[in-house]
Design a protein. Structure first.
Length: 361
């Protein structure tokens, strides 16, 4: 199992080693907004409580260098913070405050920052000494709570799945994986796993991307994270379509039907094209067609207008036959890589046209 800690998100992928330098995905990618950025967001809310929202906004607009300098200083302290510091009940962590923050606060409030903090809800937990903010370690630890609680909950949910019962190794990479607090939480909550953190975990993602670019065949199969399909029209089907659809027929057909090509959780081999679907243009005289592709986490959507369905792109294909030729066509897709490849085959003459769009955008 690989856990990637980006700045803003945590992405989890589960792979099985199938041979020398080859892997297959055994669970679709998952995760959430639980990266290192959420720790910074907790600190940002803390700054608003200490300095006031007006001061924070003013510094952000008028003194951006001072604003980002404080966030950088916090980042440095965050990387060094570990659970050992909590053993000292009176211990603190130091964050250096750029002088502009103190000046802006005292200009807006006509009171010294250190005196204001002493009278605030942070009395006894935060202390201002010259240009240093000393934060009690038990308070500093709360900045990590949201991210760690959600990461652990997601991992615990995953390891309980039957298909993942043999997973015993956790590879942790990305910037957030440099946090001793996170790694310690993983050891405490997943004691039966071998937890591997490579040297320079932030660079591990870049190195992996470069290697994959040269050897994409490393991943032999993927598990679909989304259900993919095409928007189409078809005749009304009693018992399948609600009767309300009868009142909005287009050319006598039900519009915006989700024609499913792949299903969330389906395993697709690398390079494999899936089963062809047949289509006919809405009008005989058409010399080109547009296919609108949709994605959803719902396994069995009925219409592209269902909640959670998103249009991810439109492919345009010109038809080679004449105006009176047979316009029936077949469409097959290959969603196993970093792009969806679609091939349209005209039944009248066997002419094939290929199109694709990238899934990395």
């Amino acid at each position: 199992m690989r856990v990637v800690k980006y700045c803003g998100t945590t992405d989890i992928a589960v792979h099985e080693i199938t041979g020398v330098n080859t892997l297959k995905e055994i669970h679709h990618a998952c995760g959430g907004h639980w990266g290192g950025k959420t720790v910074n967001e907790a600190f940002y809310r803390f700054l608003i409580d200490v300095f006031g929202e007006n001061v924070v906004d003013k510094i952000k607009q008028e003194k951006p260098s001072a604003y980002f300098k404080l966030l950088h200083n916090f980042e440095e302290t965050k990387k060094c913070f570990d659970e050992e510091k909590l053993k000292d009940g009176e211990g603190t962590s130091k964050v250096i405050i750029p002088i502009e923050w103190i000046e802006y606060f005292e200009k807006s409030n006509i009171v010294a920052l250190k005196d204001s903090v002493k009278k605030s809800n942070f009395k006894g937990r935060v202390k201002i000494v010259s240009d240093k903010m000393r934060i009690k370690n038990n308070l500093f630890r709360t900045f990590f709570d949201y991210a760690i609680e959600n990461i652990i909950a997601e991992l615990n949910q995953l390891v309980q799945k039957e298909e993942l019962r043999d997973v015993k190794t956790l590879l942790v990479v990305g910037g957030h994986s440099e946090s001793p607090v996170l790694i310690n939480a993983l050891y405490e909550n997943l004691p039966n796993f071998d937890i591997v953190v490579p040297k320079q975990p932030s660079l591990a993602i870049l190195r992996g991307a470069v290697l994959y670019g040269f050897e994409p065949e490393t991943i032999t199969s993927r598990v679909m994270q989304y259900t993919y399909g095409i928007a189409m029209q078809r005749p009304f089907i009693p018992g399948v379509d609600p009767y309300s659809k009868r009142n909005s027929l287009v050319n006598g057909l039900v519009d915006n039907v989700f024609d499913k090509h792949t299903e969330r959780g389906q395993t697709v081999k690398a390079g494999e094209f899936l089963k062809e679907h047949e289509y006919v243009p809405a009008r005989q005289e058409q010399m080109a067609v547009r296919f609108k592709f949709y994605a959803t986490q719902n396994k069995n959507p009925k219409y592209v207008t269902d909640e959670g369905c998103s249009c991810i792109g439109t492919l345009y294909f010109e038809l080679s036959g004449g105006m009176k030729s047979n316009k029936e066509m077949k469409l097959k897709i290959n969603p196993s890589g970093t792009q969806i490849v679609a091939v349209v085959t005209e039944k009248d003459n066997g002419h094939e046209t290929e199109g694709f769009f990238c899934l990395l955008d």
